[in-house]
Design a protein around this ligand. Structure first.
Ligand SMILES: Cc1cc2nc3c(=O)[nH]c(=O)nc-3n(C[C@H](O)[C@H](O)[C@H](O)COP(=O)(O)OP(=O)(O)OC[C@H]3O[C@@H](n4cnc5c(N)ncnc54)[C@H](O)[C@@H]3O)c2cc1C
Length: 469
């Protein structure tokens, strides 16, 4: 086997693997603290699910709730900066979905913030291996057109979503739910353009707008005109562009996001469902009669794979109790959103409720829960943190904490802690989570109602009747 050249000494202070919401925030936080920071990303842009997966809108930070008219946020820091830049560029907030964002614009926002922070970004580079000595990562192997290169650092942040680096480094993990290791269903997101949104814009929220389309969908399912056993209610969001709606309605279950065979099947099946549904909408629902399928996500959306064993594992009870922690580094109002590993009825869905969340799956109304820093710290590697979707959580809790606003906050905490480890010459496992929390002052403040959180509502007042975003 060809030997991979390994750098001598520490080339970087911090290496971040994966440039999704958690990875971007991690890298920016570390670089701003003076760390020589490398971000490795397999695509040619950052954003992960938010861009490659076309996932929208931001969730997790909204207070008092996603569907109220007055919007607030319980997450500040880098997430707020990102949202403010999106809002300044007209890429944030739509009439019916306050936290929708323009994913093309987001790519530019992330590029700019990474460059300004001084992060060294290496796109088109795939993490493929790690050299580990006694629970300490020495270097990561990165595959590109030029072959495999090793990069070394003092500390590493796994933001691959799937916990790839942790797994390569020998950390223990679980996959999916305990009884059968099945993971949440995957979804290929897609967008419809040239939709006549006029009638929808007489509604207050996307929920009300969906109700306009729902009767057509239910009738078609009941009559057998549409064979669509994947999702049992209409699920779309408004998007900050004229005539565009974002759909989260395809489903591929019993597929593993770690298996290239399953992923290949999921990509093709997800696209098939997207084309099927878009064609049906165009033919049967009046406001779609001049619409077209504008865009299908360039990768199927994977909701769940590995859960790394961390110093603390967050549980369903923590979410439902709205539990706070001394070392809490993210707060969230997001519910336990389990897209059924088998079948169209979501696990959290009240029977017949078409999207309504049943008891025992959300924090108390008006309250939030926190995610402790210990969920990011692995038990098996002293210089690695995992602030991405693969953090230490049960199947149920993972379904709540995985959302993108939360991921920005956890990434920021990981960047702060890793920098402190480098600065003090120790390992990240030794950084007190309580100290990390203290570096994130918004963790202690009241929910914030100012811009950019209410930019869409402000827009509604300013531009009543127009569909310009
Ligand atoms: C269909 C779907 C709908 C969702 N809906 C919502 C929603 O409405 N609101 C919400 O807030 N959240 C939603 N989520 C959840 C959210 O999108 C993800 O949980 C979140 O993006 C996870 O962030 P992350 O940074 O951990 O990983 P990701 O966003 O997955 O980013 C991981 C990054 O790492 C890169 N990467 C992976 N492996 C490697 C490797 N080996 N080498 C190099 N690079 C690598 C990827 O290319 C990617 O850029 C949804 C998710 C899905 C799948």
């Amino acid at each position: 086997m060809k030997k991979i050249p390994d750098e001598n000494g520490f080339d970087f202070d911090v290496i971040v693997c994966g440039g999704g919401p958690s990875g971007v925030a991690s890298a920016i936080a570390a670089a701003r603290r003076g760390m020589r920071t490398l971000l490795v990303e397999r695509y040619g842009f950052c954003g992960g699910m938010a861009t490659a997966g076309l996932v929208n809108p931001w969730s997790g930070h909204e207070y008092p709730g996603a569907h109220s008219v007055k919007k607030g946020s319980i997450i500040g820091g880098i997430f707020k900066e990102v949202s403010t830049l999106l809002a300044e560029g007209g890429g944030f907030g739509s009439r019916l979905t306050t936290y929708a964002f323009d994913d093309e614009y987001l790519k530019g926002v992330y590029d700019r913030m990474l460059a300004e922070a001084g992060v060294i970004v290496r796109f088109h580079s795939y993490l493929s291996g790690a050299r580990v000595e006694r629970g300490y990562i020495k270097s990561v192997h990165v595959l590109s057109k030029n072959g495999t290169t090793a990069f070394s650092a003092r500390t590493f942040i796994d933001c691959s979503g799937d916990g790839d680096l942790a797994a390569l480094a020998g950390c223990k993990f679980d996959i999916g739910r305990p009884e059968d290791n099945l993971t949440q269903a995957m979804t290929t997101s897609f967008r419809m353009a040239n939709v006549d949104k006029e009638a929808m814009y007489r509604c207050e929220t996307h929920r009300e707008a969906r109700a306009l389309v729902e009767p057509y969908f239910q009738k078609a399912l009941a009559s057998g005109e549409l064979h669509y056993p994947y999702r049992n209610f209409v699920h779309f969001y408004d998007y900050p562009r004229a005539g565009v709606l974002h759909f989260n309605m395809t489903r591929v279950s019993e597929a593993s996001g770690l298996s290239p065979e399953d992923l290949s099947r999921a990509e093709m099946e997800g696209r098939r469902q997207a084309f099927l549904l878009a064609g049906w909408l165009i033919k049967n629902v009046p406001c779609f009669s001049h619409a077209h399928l504008e865009k299908v996500a360039c990768q199927v959306g994977v909701r769940e794979t590995r859960h790394i064993h961390g110093l603390y594992t967050i549980t369903q009870q923590d979410i439902v109790d709205g539990r706070k922690f001394e070392d809490g580094v993210a707060r969230s109002t997001y519910f336990i959103d389990i897209h059924n590993p088998k079948g169209a009825q979501d696990v959290h869905q009240a029977v017949g409720g078409r999207g309504a969340v049943r008891g025992g799956f959300a924090p108390p109304p008006g309250d939030w829960y926190e995610v402790p820093f210990r969920c990011l710290v692995t038990r098996d590697c002293s210089n690695l943190v995992v602030p991405c979707r693969a953090l230490s959580a049960t199947h149920e809790a993972s379904a709540a904490v995985r959302v993108m606003a939360t991921m920005h906050a956890l990434g920021e905490a990981a960047g702060i802690a890793s920098s402190e480890a480098v600065r003090t010459g120790g390992d990240v496992v030794g950084i007190p989570g309580k100290w990390v929390r203290a570096q994130m002052p918004w963790m202690e403040t009241a929910p914030e109602y100012g811009a950019p959180w209410n930019s869409a509502s402000l827009m509604m007042g300013a531009a009543e009747g127009t569909a310009t975003r």
